[in-house]
Design a protein around this ligand. Structure first.
Ligand code: 4AD
Ligand code: MG
Length: 441
């Protein structure tokens, strides 16, 4: 019947009309004379009520979870006490099965099977994604990407797409994925930063949202082998400008994401205690963090009290962030702990104009710094790190052809989402997580 409206489950204001809805069985509750079936089509959920003759055609073997259907009927508004999604119900008078499903979804539904084996869940990620939690996280992820792009656009920062296949490292050689590139060694990029820096003279401030790759050996809840890296580079700025910019980008993105009532609802469901961070963010120097860790008896990786120069490892960092329980700008890391390209603080050349943004529950979500803009200093830095400067000629040239004070940052999207959505691990915050030992599906 062509007069029947084809409906998405999320479409509203359809009470009283006859509609046809296409989707899959998401939940099913069957009583003596009535079946309540929640249909899902990726846009939302719709409760369908099947009664009378329709139930006689119902066969438990065909109406299993994830079976796809076309259901015809009339839409009715229902009171909130009925707990129907969007307070609507479709009174079905006809349905056809499009594709049956084997009826084994309970095994990977963490609501029904909270102790499901993680490996089974990762093997079945393609089906786990159909669950309400995963699909909500993916929708918040899409909204977050939109919010970053629109924030960058409002700040006149231009999107570029640097290469993923490179012959230089950015964050140290130990986490490079190497491969054969027509007989030469090439790597999957760890960060697009160096390429972004080369765009400043021609394009002004730039950003990219690309995958970055890290051959991390350790299995932690915040490390992936492939993650989505949001990076930006800003020209003719000071370190203070960089800090102010970061704070305003993060707050603007949160404002935009939560301004959408549907997305705000997903966040509320996923992370009931989420509070948008208050400005200004706490600013703490690395040296102050070392003192704080000593005062709180939080040891370094060797089990000793922290000393200036020690790396603040993941465990200590997270403890500190959880106790302080607010975003922290951790600034001025020692040069010896940080990457070769970071500019030294002119007032104390032991440390760099660098900042990590730490969030409760996750720790570091952003790494940022001013860049070494002096040619001689950069050549020194290559030497100190035992790096061959030859493959970096194009990066070094930026200091030769009209150098400038500039800086930028990289934000791990999955870590940002783990904080925003209150997820235990970044693996829940991407479609198909890649980590040590896992490249399927
Ligand atoms: O601190 P990182 O290594 O800094 C850079 O790569 C800079 N070159 C970025 C820049 O200035 N343009 O990485 C930046 C962020 C981290 O703060 C973290 O959020 C994320 O990238 N990140 C990871 N996320 C998931 N899995 C991993 N293995 C990650 N490694 C870094
Ligand atoms: Mg870092």
């Amino acid at each position: 019947d062509p007069s029947i409206v084809k409906l998405r489950t999320a479409d509203s204001d359809t009470a009283g009309t006859r509609v046809r809805v296409l989707g899959r069985v998401h939940r099913l509750r069957s009583q003596k004379d009535v079946i309540f079936l929640v249909l899902s089509d990726g846009y939302g959920y719709l409760q369908c009520v099947l009664t009378g003759d329709l139930i006689k055609t119902y066969d438990a073997m065909t109406l299993t979870l994830e079976t796809s259907l076309a259901i015809h009927g009339e839409m009715h508004a229902v009171p909130p006490t009925k707990h129907a999604p969007n307070d609507r119900e479709l009174h079905a008078d006809f349905f056809t099965v499009i594709g049956c499903a084997p009826g084994d979804m309970e095994a990977i539904n963490t609501r029904v099977a909270p102790n499901a084996d993680p490996q089974t869940l990762y093997d079945n990620r393609h089906l786990v994604l159909r669950g309400e939690t995963s699909s909500s996280v993916m929708k918040v992820r899409a909204a977050t990407l939109r919010a970053f792009r629109s924030t960058f656009e409002a700040n006149r920062i231009l999107e570029v797409t640097p290469p993923a296949m490179v012959q230089t490292q950015v964050e140290g050689g130990s986490t490079l994925f190497a491969f054969d590139y027509y007989g030469e060694t090439a790597y999957l990029t760890q960060s697009s930063q160096l390429y972004l820096e080369t765009c400043l003279p021609s394009l002004g401030d730039v950003f990219c949202i690309c995958p970055s790759f890290r051959a991390e050996r350790s299995l932690t809840r915040r490390h992936l082998s492939e993650y989505t890296h949001i990076e930006a580079e800003l020209d003719f700025i000071t370190f203070q400008d960089l800090l102010d910019h970061l704070e305003s980008v993060i707050c603007n993105v949160i404002d935009l994401v939560t301004a959408d009532s549907q997305v705000a609802r997903y966040i509320k469901d996923l992370n009931p205690n989420f509070q948008p961070p208050a400005r200004p963010f706490k600013r703490m120097k690395y040296s102050e963090a070392i003192d704080w860790l000593r005062e709180h008896n939080i040891p370094n990786e060797d089990g000793n009290p922290h000393e200036f120069g020690d790396d603040i490892a993941e465990a200590a960092e997270r403890k500190m962030t959880d106790i302080l329980n607010e975003p922290i700008f951790l600034t001025y890391f020692p040069a010896d702990l940080k990457a070769f390209y970071m500019k030294k603080d002119p007032e104390d050349r032991r440390v760099t104009e660098s900042v990590d943004v730490l969030m409760p529950g996750v720790g570091e979500i952003v790494g940022a710094s001013m860049r070494m803009d002096n040619w001689d200093e950069l050549m020194e830095a290559y030497k100190k790190e035992d790096m061959n400067p030859a493959p970096y000629y194009w990066y070094t040239d930026q200091r030769k052809y009209g150098t400038s004070p500039h800086g930028g940052y990289g934000l791990g999207l999955e870590r940002f989402l783990a904080w925003l959505c209150g997820r235990y691990t970044v693996r829940e915050c991407c479609l198909y997580p890649r980590f040590t030992g896992r490249c399927t599906p």
